[in-house]
Design a binder for this molecule. Sequence first.
Ligand SMILES: NC(=O)c1ccc[n+]([C@@H]2O[C@H](COP(=O)([O-])OP(=O)(O)OC[C@H]3O[C@@H](n4cnc5c(N)ncnc54)[C@H](OP(=O)(O)O)[C@@H]3O)[C@@H](O)[C@H]2O)c1
Length: 293
Amino acid sequence: MKFLVTGSAGLIGQNVVQELLKQNHEVYSCYHEDKPTTGIPISLDLTDSTEIKKIMEKIKPDTVIHLAAMTKVDLCETEKELAHTLNVTATEILAYEAAKISAFFVYVSTDYVFDGKDGMKKEDDAPNPLGYYGKTKLEGELSLNNLASNWAIARTSTPFGNHSKKKSFPLWINENLKSKNKIRLLTDQYTSPTYVPNLSKMIIEIAVRQINGIIHLAGASRISRYDFAVMIAERLGLDKTLLLKAKIEDMNWKAKRPKDSSLDVTKAIEILNEKPMEIQKSLPLFIEEITNQ
Ligand SMILES: NC(=O)c1ccc[n+]([C@@H]2O[C@H](COP(=O)([O-])OP(=O)(O)OC[C@H]3O[C@@H](n4cnc5c(N)ncnc54)[C@H](OP(=O)(O)O)[C@@H]3O)[C@@H](O)[C@H]2O)c1
């Protein structure tokens, strides 16, 4: 199948492209600033609607996996116009162009569409984003309703994995503890950490099988940031006394974040061959991956 992937050099995108290539798909890797080293690189500035149309008409993919977004939650509060252009307008145009050529459209969305008052949210629970990032990602989701039925929304949570440039949460913990830095971790913020290779396989399965609708593609465990960090320290044999407990109200963030944005992944467990992994299974796989490098 012919895939067009946006955000192909990002934390999730880099692995999605690698996995697509392993599965022998033809992959067009769209990027803005960071040219990817895998797939067929295509420069595409998603703030330029004419360029989006031109590239979609030229490549005519069978499937689009749309990962590109303004993902910095605090930056979205101060750069609202750009956040809206990237997360909403670009999604609308891409999805519209995909519908015109009957391409299946996978939009990767976020646990931050929920307010986090309670967790383990199901696909049909009502979203209520707290910050501008979540608001724009939700607006991106809603724009798909105006299109043909050939789309999927895959919401994920705290992705972690290996990346050539980006350091996800476990690597950040590893680095700080190795340098004997004390770090503050939230005991009252819960997510569903998602191992990127597991996520990539689930996204691709959704795309290949053309599974329509909203689906939560996240890890199968709900855990606080603090407990996740303790688990990482223990697995790596590092000093967990350097991990200091903090509360969400202690943080001086611009954007409000949900306290419990864990996702219920029962639907994915029931219908996918690639199942969401428990953290007890995925974290050792990640640690093995980084220690074998
Ligand atoms: N990371 C998380 O915690 C998280 C959690 C839940 C959901 N998600 C969702 O998952 C998706 C992927 O996240 P990620 O963490 O892999 O993202 P990321 O590493 O932050 O990468 C963002 C991507 O967006 C691209 N991009 C930014 N501005 C662009 C522009 N003007 N034109 C074209 N591309 C542009 C970047 O391309 P260049 O580098 O080439 O500029 C980059 O590849 C996002 O949609 C996000 O909302 C992420």
